[in-house]
Write a protein that binds this ligand. Structure first.
Ligand SMILES: [Zn+2]
Length: 142
């Protein structure tokens, strides 16, 4: 991470230049740190496609598989590694994943058409000044 920070600070705007989209050859299982041999943590970069970096927090080391650096650059994330490694980024990704799973379950249970209609109704309700009263009327069958 020290080398990375040095590069980022020196490269300036050039570091942020996006390049063409590349395929990542990700490694699915945790691997040992090349420095201390402890298993490295798998850190998510984004929810879709599932793309993770290997990190050893003890050694402040980040391991990138073939294509991962280019993929980070193509996503415009080359200067955001510290943000990606932050708890907040990781928490937001998890929340996004939970929400995506929940939507998929609801669509499976009630059907896509029903969920789209429900989303349309919610969107409309959210624009109404007496939203809660309207919802109560709906439930009560006024
Ligand atoms: Zn290590």
């Amino acid at each position: 991470m020290g080398d990375y920070r040095h590069w980022r600070d020196q490269a300036g705007a050039a570091a942020q230049a996006a390049i063409g989209l590349l395929v990542v050859e990700d490694h699915p299982a945790a691997r040992p740190c090349p420095s201390c041999a402890r298993l490295m943590q798998r850190v998510r970069v984004g929810a879709t496609p599932d793309f993770r970096l290997d990190r050893c927090a003890a050694c402040a080391l980040l391991w990138l598989d073939r294509g991962e650096w280019d993929a980070l650059r193509s996503a415009g994330l080359a200067t955001s590694l510290e943000e990606i490694l932050s708890e907040r980024w990781q928490r937001d990704l998890q929340a996004q994943e939970v929400r995506t799973r929940r939507i998929a379950q609801l669509r499976e249970k009630h059907g896509a058409e029903c969920m789209e209609e429900l989303a349309r109704m919610r969107e409309w309700l959210d624009t109404q000044p007496h939203r809660d009263e309207l919802l109560a009327l709906l439930r009560a069958g006024w």
